[in-house]
Design a protein around this ligand. Structure first.
Ligand SMILES: [Fe+2]
Ligand SMILES: [Fe+2]
Length: 169
């Protein structure tokens, strides 16, 4: 069992991670519609990662004897002005996730809840990677024109990404 406020915060985070998956699925659809299959793949893999994150906290709550409540989801953003805007939206979303993770880590520390602290440490490290990945992509996309062959090459590179839960630390 966990303190109620910590259980609630973790439950909210399960839902937030599922929402992130939802949002990346929408971004994948945006890229699919533009004909960029590599970006589509990249964002669908990202969505799979977010579901993995959600389930990691879900499993934890079950393991400590707490109940998960799945909530209604807001509609994610589906339309973007440009690929750059979609990727900037992704980075902004990851920054919000990082803030939420830090809050839970603070709460777990206040309660001296070491198991949750350990779980949040995993997420703190993961968020460094997530933010850095999107920052790198923004830098690349800013340098190249969407109509250039360089953009097609970037798209081809992103088609190679795959999801392997064993590679997740
Ligand atoms: Fe996540
Ligand atoms: Fe993420």
């Amino acid at each position: 069992m966990l303190p109620d406020d910590l259980t609630n915060a973790l439950n909210k985070q399960v839902n937030f991670e599922f929402y992130a998956a939802h949002s990346y699925t929408a971004i994948a659809a945006y890229f699919a519609n533009l004909g960029f299959k590599g970006f589509r793949n990249f964002f669908l893999v990202q969505a799979a990662e977010e579901r993995f994150h959600a389930m990691k906290i879900y499993d934890f709550l079950n393991d400590v004897g707490e109940r998960v409540i799945i909530e209604t989801m807001e509609q994610p953003k589906n339309l973007f002005q440009s690929p750059l805007e979609a990727i900037e939206h992704s980075l902004a979303q990851e920054k919000d996730v990082t803030k939420a993770i830090y809050k839970i880590a603070d709460l777990a520390t206040e309660h001296k809840e070491h198991a949750t602290m350990a779980l949040m440490n995993w997420f703190v490290e993961e968020q460094v990677e997530e933010e850095s990945m999107f920052r790198d992509m923004i830098a690349k996309v800013k340098r190249i024109d969407v109509d250039s062959s360089a953009f097609v090459m970037l798209d081809a590179e992103l088609s190679k990404r795959s999801f392997d839960p064993d590679e997740e630390h």
